[in-house]
Design a protein around this ligand. Structure first.
Ligand code: NAD
Length: 324
């Protein structure tokens, strides 16, 4: 048991909700804030407050007794969301990040963990499905594809300057496609693994013969299971490393291959119908050499194992929906 008081922002969201549980098991006193309570199970936080962190007073209130802050709150979603709502995302996330950091400083928070994204990497390095894995220094010269990535890059720099000028310790991670159970699986903000699990589960349970895939499905990504993500977050928080660090798997698959793996898990074979839709960059993969050097660790859980847990959970959600 530790007396350290930890705040998790975005604690009603996918990673934040899992992180609260993880930190509680380690013995921390944890408070969580979010615009909403977790959708799929009750939070393990000692305290959970519904607060809109775009409001300055709420940022001050949320951070008032925290020794450490894990800043996960963000207006975000999969390609179907972040490729459309640029102005809202830029406005909301700038307000959340800037004010969370400043309120943390004023309230004497010792350490702040900032969750950036692989979306900071320049579009011109990601035009080929067979992309060279992205190293941390590749972020510059900057040309993120979406406003979402520009804001993350700006907030990374803000963390760096707050650390240098005010002495608040900051840690910055760049996530590469984190997935797992208890994440958004419908409604427009879901990401590719959850969307494919949902489509395949619907097909399996209703007897449909095909699923829709955005684009030709040859765009590539790497996907990291939530349990590995939590270990990586905590290792980075404990480290003395303050520069941005990739956190993801470095096994690259096409979206078609991702669908094939999920179909195998579900025990079905479905036709893929390729339709128009946002695809993001053509290829993206994480170069984990720096991650291994800094944390002496890299994600270990296979894509098949992670997807198996995720598919089982999503199929259950779909079955419940169909039974209503
Ligand atoms: P999520 O959408 O599930 O969680 C984000 C949470 O922030 C949501 O619950 C949302 O309600 C909350 N939020 C939004 N606006 C808020 C506001 N004004 N005040 C308070 N709370 C607010 O997303 P996630 O996948 O859990 O992502 C967590 C963090 O990791 C985010 O910063 C995200 O940008 C970053 N990230 C995630 C991934 C990924 O693959 N999941 C990849 C790169 C970066």
């Amino acid at each position: 048991m530790t007396t350290t008081r930890v705040l998790v922002t975005g604690a009603g969201g996918f990673i934040g909700h899992h992180l609260v549980t993880y930190l509680k098991k380690l013995g921390y006193w944890v408070s969580g804030v979010d615009l909403k309570a977790p959708e799929f199970s009750i939070s393990d936080a000692d305290e959970f407050e519904i607060l809109d962190l775009r409001q300055w007073e709420n940022c001050l209130r949320a951070t008032r007794e925290a020794d450490q802050v894990y800043a996960l709150a963000a207006d975000m979603g999969g390609m179907g969301y972040i490729s459309i709502y640029h102005a809202e995302i830029l406005r909301n996330n700038t307000l959340i990040d800037l004010q969370t950091l400043e309120a943390s400083r004023l309230n004497g928070v010792q350490k702040l963990f900032y969750t950036s994204s692989a979306c900071v990497y320049p579009e011109f390095l990601q035009t080929n499905p067979n992309v060279t894995p992205l190293k941390e220094q590749d972020a510059y010269p900057a040309q993120p594809q979406d406003a979402y990535g520009w804001e993350k890059l700006y907030s990374e720099i803000m963390c760096q300057h707050y650390r240098q000028q005010y002495g608040i310790e900051t840690r910055v991670v760049r996530f590469h496609n984190i997935f797992g159970p208890y994440g958004t699986w419908e409604g427009g903000r879901e990401k590719a693994p959850a969307a494919l699990c949902r489509k395949i589960a619907y097909a399996r349970l209703t007897g449909a013969k095909e699923i829709e895939i955005w684009g030709d499905g040859e765009q590539t990504r790497s996907f990291c299971y939530i349990d590995d993500c939590l270990v990586g977050i905590y290792k980075l928080m404990l480290s003395d490393y303050s520069e941005p660090l990739n956190l993801g798997q470095d096994r690259m698959v096409t979206i078609n291959q991702l669908a094939d793996i999920i179909m195998k898990i579900a025990g079905v074979h479905l036709q893929k119908k390729h339709i128009e839709g946002p695809q993001g960059v053509r290829g993206r993969n994480s170069d984990n050499s720096h991650l291994k050097q800094v944390l002496n660790w890299a994600p270990e859980i296979s894509l098949e194992e992670g997807l198996s847990h995720t598919y089982q959970w999503i199929e259950k959600q779909v079955a419940e929906r169909l039974s209503k």
